[in-house]
Design a protein around this ligand. Structure first.
Ligand code: GAR
Length: 209
């Protein structure tokens, strides 16, 4: 596997920034060949441009259907010989054309300890449920929403006076640490997926707070 990444974003792009920074510091041995956004107003596009990374905006409305949209993304990624696709705040479901093009090669970061609280507003869901421990998960993407094999997780205590904002900020800090490490694990190989389990000869260090 080469070490070329494609990153898909929809917004702020702080996880994209964490990946850019980890590459710059040498802790993640990879390069980002392209950043693709489904929204032209995604602030993450500027972060990519500032780092000299090629960007591309593909607007879903300009495609006949979801299949056509995902095929276009797959084609752009393949053209650039991408090994691993990283979803970084990419707020769309990944369809079969992309899954088939990159089997077990698409990663996502989600702001909860999956399988708890998949989908939108995970931090709000965690607060509303009253859990004492929240966190972040990096997982392989499959056809289920936030459903693929778990590569790495980090936990965060929920404090009595937490709001969605304060909890999200503490989770985000963990996301920024967790995601580059998980990408490095994937690129280093020596792992398999058995059933739901991600098995690696070099497991990422346990991430607990
Ligand atoms: C992050 O908290 C990420 O975990 C979440 O969106 C935020 C994006 O922030 N992703 C999801 O909820 C995906 N289901 P960012 O654009 O600053 O990286």
């Amino acid at each position: 596997m080469n070490r070329r990444l494609g990153v898909l974003i929809s917004g702020r792009g702080s996880n994209l920034q964490a990946i850019i920074d980890a590459i710059a510091s040498g802790s993640l041995r990879a390069s980002i060949a392209i950043v693709i956004s489904n929204r032209s107003d995604a602030a993450g596009l500027q972060r990519a441009e500032a780092a000299g990374i090629e960007t591309l905006v593909l607007r879903p409305k300009e495609f006949a259907d979801r299949g056509a949209y995902d095929r276009a993304i797959a084609q752009e990624l393949k053209k650039r010989d991408i090994a691993v696709v990283c979803l970084a705040g990419y707020m769309r479901l990944i369809g079969q054309p992309l899954l088939d093009t990159f089997p077990n090669r698409i990663l996502n970061i989600h702001p909860s300890l999956l399988p708890a609280f998949p989908g939108l507003d995970a931090q709000q869901q965690a607060l509303a449920h009253g859990v004492r421990v929240a966190g972040a998960t990096v997982h392989l993407v499959n056809e289920e929403l936030d459903g693929g094999a778990i590569i790495a997780q980090a936990s965060v205590a929920v404090l009595p006076d937490d709001t969605v904002q304060t909890l999200s900020a503490r989770i985000l800090e963990q996301e920024h640490r967790l995601y580059p490490n998980a990408i490095e694990t994937i690129l280093n190989g020596g792992w398999t997926v058995e059933g739901r389990r991600f098995l690696s000869s070099v497991m990422p260090p346990p991430a607990e707070v």
